[in-house]
Design a protein around this ligand. Structure first.
Ligand code: NAP
Length: 289
């Protein structure tokens, strides 16, 4: 994998960026996309446009795929000649998918005689190729080690999560869950600020200020869950039982939307009723199990 040849399949905004980064590092880059015109700018910079997906796979030892979703990826992998061309090559799947998508894709690749790595890009196209660009990777360790230099072109923040191919997709989904949970709470918070007549941009700045501390707090709670020791170490569950009830009560009193606090307060109330009130807040996971 030191011969600096790579094929990039899928030229959406992410795929174009991936191909450009390899060109900039002096790779011979072969590209293929369902809509061929999207390759024009890359071809002008030296990329080779394959006439078919199979031709693209044959052109290099490594094929990086990054398309809209796994249904699109499966459609491409089912195209004429692609499966046969995979034999002996490495498929790096950077399309975002579910853990089961990743498991199926690895099985498919192995059946064709190919090796497989799964990746989840946790950055936007214009953040790619930076020393800290976060990309989660999983799959056979020996394959990852061999491809490591090639993957570093996409970002220096590559995290290898182990041999189980679905790990990258699972951790990516878990990260997204955190983002959406935080976002929902932020939206309700914005509604409180707005309803009380305060500057929502100022609220945004306050939240940004607490994020480093909040991140450290979440990291601690993750370690508590992993350790299984839920005795109070930072934040007793009971504080959150009361806090979420207060957010709900305030929403009801003010007549603003109650969906988010009703959900959150309901969960903490059930945790308290289950006898978890005197444990670390991370014990909420026992309710979710
Ligand atoms: N963009 C981001 O900020 C970002 C960040 C992290 C991860 N990702 C992930 O990266 C992947 C690609 O994202 P993107 O932003 O590049 O998407 P995009 O700009 O919407 O491009 C989608 C790509 O998928 C292809 N495609 C869609 N349906 C297809 C089908 N049925 N058959 C063949 N090709 C098909 C498109 O081909 P055509 O050009 O022919 O339509 C295009 O190459 C996604 O899984 C996304 O979740 C993106």
């Amino acid at each position: 994998m030191n011969n600096k040849e790579i094929s990039v399949i899928g030229l959406g905004s992410m795929g174009v960026t991936i191909a450009r980064l390899y060109l900039e590092q002096g790779y011979k880059v072969t590209v293929w996309n369902r809509t061929a015109q999207k390759a024009d700018a890359l071809v002008a910079k030296g990329a080779v446009l394959a006439r078919s997906a199979a031709e693209a796979v044959r052109a290099a030892q490594v094929a990086v795929m990054c398309v809209y979703d796994y249904r699109a990826a499966e459609a491409i992998l089912a195209m004429e000649g692609v499966a046969a061309a995979m034999d002996g090559r490495l498929l790096v799947q950077l399309t975002t998918g579910s853990p089961s998508d990743a498991r199926d894709a690895e099985l498919w690749a192995h059946r064709q005689g190919a090796t497989y790595l799964e990746g989840a890009i946790q950055a936007a196209p214009d953040q790619m190729g930076q020393p800290d660009t976060p990309i989660l990777m999983s799959g056979a360790q020996a394959v990852f080690r061999e491809a490591e230099a090639l993957l570093k072109v996409l970002g220096g923040g590559t995290v290898y999560l182990g041999e189980t191919a679905s790990a990258a997709a699972a951790m990516d989904l878990a990260t997204l869950s955190t983002i959406y949970g935080t976002l929902l709470g932020f939206m309700h918070g914005a509604r409180i600020a707005e309803h009380e007549g305060f500057d929502v941009a100022e609220f945004g700045r306050i939240v940004a200020g607490i994020m480093p501390t909040f991140a450290a707090f979440l990291q601690h709670e993750g370690s508590v869950i992993q350790s299984g020791d839920f005795k109070i170490s930072q934040s007793p569950m009971r504080i959150s039982v009361e806090a979420t009830q207060r957010i709900l009560q305030t929403a009801e009193d003010s007549g603003i939307n109650t969906e988010f606090p009703a959900f959150a307060a309901g969960l903490f109330k059930r945790a308290d009723a289950a006898g978890l009130g005197g444990e670390e807040i991370a014990a909420l996971i026992k309710l979710l199990r």
